[in-house]
Every structure is written in structure tokens, then in C-alpha cells.
Design a binder for this molecule. Structure first.
Ligand SMILES: *[C@@H]1O[C@H](CO)[C@@H](O)[C@H](O)[C@H]1NC(C)=O
Ligand SMILES: *[C@@H]1O[C@H](CO)[C@@H](O)[C@H](O)[C@H]1NC(C)=O
Ligand SMILES: *[C@@H]1O[C@H](CO)[C@@H](O)[C@H](O)[C@H]1NC(C)=O
Ligand SMILES: *[C@@H]1O[C@H](CO)[C@@H](O)[C@H](O)[C@H]1NC(C)=O
Length: 334
């Protein structure tokens, strides 16, 4: 496809798991409270296949989510997610035990519910399912995160319609969202608009410097270094942003520009990963300017076939390409 074709690429998330919370309700007395003092987290879809401790050396990363109800073996705070309806049986059977055993303070609702290959729920079904599976957890003193939409306009609209369908019956303590694009000022404006609209604390549970509108106009690593610094600095200094998790800490970013990886293809932390966790001063080049579209350096997005191998069997991704009204979607399972 040529760059002249107005193509809308809606990526997106993985079938696996992960997320976090900053202001917890008072936990039950028998819980060991681990107060979060930093917003940075990891979307960790790798299970035990990769070493998570590489990301914990500075203490800046204090939580993780796995796009699922299942934790991994680590000391940082786990945030379970009910990704979609295929997880509801497991969720209902295990979530109360997980909340107690993992000292969970927050849970995440559906992943990109407006996307067919992701959460895939109408706002009305989303409200019904929320009331059945998530709302009851209020009784366990956990904070509830709304469904996390993609950054497309239909995402925010879905959340608006879902809140109407809830008719006051869905307790939302904070609002997760995803965002992929190449302009750090536009990212900040998007967060401000989302916050102004819903008046709730924000968690950014996926973001990266990724161009889904023009596949052959991706950010270079230098662009990403500046973009990450600008966006992460903004969130670190903005009190209504409670937590965030970059996309991503995995060997294969599954269709997202691989320069965004916090992990090398052999599983070790990258220099961008060192920046993310605060182990290295951001090496921002002097020509980086927030508010300028970064990308166009000729880095092509990996093709769908390149994106198909991955380290964990449960990982899967939807890569949707909408072109001139034609929708093709590939569901890739590793
Ligand atoms: C989990 O806890 C909630 C809140 O107390 C409760 O409504 C629900 O029945 C519990 N689920 C199970 C399977 O025990
Ligand atoms: C980047 O986003 C900002 C905020 O929306 C906008 O004012 C600016 O024009 C954008 N830059 C480009 C090059 O499109
Ligand atoms: C990182 O971004 C912040 C906020 O825009 C800026 O003040 C700071 O100078 C940037 N750091 C570097 C090393 O450029
Ligand atoms: C910082 O980035 C520039 C431009 O990519 C590179 O030439 C330089 O080696 C980097 N410096 C360090 C300390 O990584």
C-alpha cells in the first residue's frame, strides 16, 4: 500500500495482560500495603519467559499488568485485567483469591472494547458484563478501572456510551486509555481532553511513538527517545495521571514499530528501557521538538508475518487494516 492511500491502521493490543493504581482505598488490615510512589509500570505479556527484574533495578517501575487475570512471579504490584468475555469464567473463579494473595489494589476492565478482535463489546453489553463481573469487587476494597479504549475517536465514544448504558451502576475510580501516534503535544492534548470529559484520574496502559496512518512513516529511535521523554515527563508531573505503561516490554512488538521496544529480541533491556526506568538520562537530540510530527525517517512497520512469532503461547494480537472501506484483519497467535 502506498503512503498516498489514506489507510487507517488500528492496532492493537495483545491477548495477554497487565496495569496499576496510585491512590488506593484503605486495604483490609491483613493486607501488606505497598504504596505506589511512582507511576511507571509494565505491560508484561511474557510470563516467566523473560527476566522482569531487569526493569526493577531503579524502583521506578512499581506495578505491572498482563492483559489477563494471571500474575507472574515478581514483587511489584499486580493489576488484574478482565480483557474480554473469554476470560470471565477464569475471572469469576479466581479473582477474589488473586486480590487477596497479590494484595491487589486496582483492577482493569475490558481491553479496547470497541475493537472486534479485542474486547469486542457493545456499550450495552459492556455495562451488563461490568455489573456482573467487575462491580461486585468494590466490596473487596479495590479500585475499578473503566474499559480501556483505543485512541481512535470511536474509542472515547464507546466509553461515553458505556457510561450512559451503565446508568449510574458502574463505579469508575480511574480511566485507562491507549494512544498511538507520533506527536507528543497531541498526546498531552488527548489526555487533557479525556480528563476534562470524564473528570477521573487517567491511566495510560498502552502508548508508543507509532504511526498507524502511514505505515512507512515511523519514528526513528531518536524520535522515540524525545517522544518518550516528553510524554513521560508530562505524566510524571501531572497529578491526575496516576499510572502509565509503555508499549512495550516484549521481544516482538507485534506490528508496532520495533524501535519502541524496551526489550531486545533476545530478551534484555534496551537503552530505551533504561531511559524508561530512569536508569539513564534521556539522550534527547537537540532537534527534538514537542508538537512536531516525528516519523518519516523511513522506518517501516514490521509486516504482519514478521510480527507473528512471540515468546508466549497465550499472546495474540489483532492487526486491523481499514483501507477504502475494506477491512482486513489478521489474528495472529504465537
Ligand atoms: C468475590 O467477592 C465479591 C465481593 O465480596 C462477592 O460478591 C463475590 O460473590 C465473591 N466471589 C466468589 C466466587 O466468592
Ligand atoms: C501536533 O499536535 C499539536 C496539538 O494538537 C498541534 O497543534 C500541532 O499542529 C501538531 N503538529 C503537527 C506537525 O501536526
Ligand atoms: C524531557 O522533557 C522535559 C519536558 O518536556 C524537558 O523539560 C526536558 O528538558 C527533557 N529532557 C531532555 C534531556 O531533553
Ligand atoms: C545519543 O544519541 C546520539 C544520536 O542518536 C548518538 O549519536 C549518541 O551516541 C547517543 N549518546 C549516548 C550516550 O548514548
Amino acid at each position: 500500500m502506498t503512503s498516498r492511500i489514506a489507510a487507517l491502521f488500528i492496532l492493537i493490543a495483545l491477548f495477554p495482560r497487565h496495569a496499576a493504581a496510585a491512590v488506593a482505598r484503605a486495604p483490609p488490615a491483613h493486607h501488606v500495603s505497598r504504596a505506589i510512589t511512582s507511576k511507571a509500570g509494565l505491560g508484561w505479556a511474557n510470563g516467566a519467559a523473560n527476566d522482569i527484574t531487569q526493569y526493577l533495578s531503579t524502583g521506578k517501575v512499581q506495578w505491572y499488568y498482563t492483559w489477563s487475570p494471571d500474575p507472574v512471579q515478581t514483587d511489584i504490584e499486580f493489576v488484574p485485567m478482565l480483557w474480554g468475555l473469554k476470560q470471565t469464567d477464569e475471572w469469576d473463579s479466581n479473582i477474589n483469591k488473586t486480590i487477596a494473595a497479590q494484595h491487589v489494589t486496582s483492577v482493569l476492565g475490558f481491553n479496547e472494547p470497541e475493537i472486534e478482535g479485542q474486547g469486542n463489546l457493545s456499550p450495552a453489553d459492556g455495562a451488563t458484563q461490568w455489573k456482573a463481573h467487575i462491580e461486585p469487587l468494590k466490596g473487596l476494597n479495590v479500585r475499578l478501572g473503566a474499559p480501556a479504549p483505543s485512541g481512535s475517536p470511536t474509542g472515547k465514544q464507546w466509553v461515553t456510551d458505556w457510561l450512559s448504558a451503565c446508568d449510574g451502576g458502574c463505579t469508575v475510580d480511574f480511566m485507562p486509555l491507549h494512544w498511538y501516534d507520533v506527536n507528543s503535544t497531541a498526546f498531552i492534548e488527548y489526555l487533557e481532553d479525556y480528563h476534562n470529559t470524564f473528570q477521573k484520574p487517567i491511566w495510560v496502559t498502552e502508548w508508543a511513538c507509532q504511526n498507524f496512518n502511514q505505515a512507512d512513516r515511523q519514528c526513528s529511535l531518536d524520535d522515540i527517545v524525545g517522544f518518550m521523554n516528553a510524554t513521560q515527563s508530562f505524566m510524571d508531573s501531572t497529578d491526575w495521571v496516576e499510572r502509565y505503561a509503555w508499549f512495550g516490554a516484549m521481544e516482538n512488538l507485534q506490528g508496532v514499530n520495533q524501535e519502541n521496544a524496551l526489550m531486545s529480541t533476545s530478551g534484555s533491556i534496551t537503552s530505551l528501557g533504561e531511559q524508561y526506568i530512569g536508569a539513564a538520562t534521556p539522550n534527547v537530540t537537540s532537534d527534538y521538538q514537542p508538537g512536531v510530527v516525528h516519523g518519516g525517517s523511513g522506518v517501516s512497520a514490521p509486516s504482519a508475518t514478521q510480527a507473528s512469532s512471540s515468546s508466549e503461547s497465550r499472546q495474540a494480537i489483532l492487526w486491523q487494516v481499514v483501507t477504502f472501506g475494506t477491512l482486513a484483519s489478521l489474528f495472529l497467535c504465537s
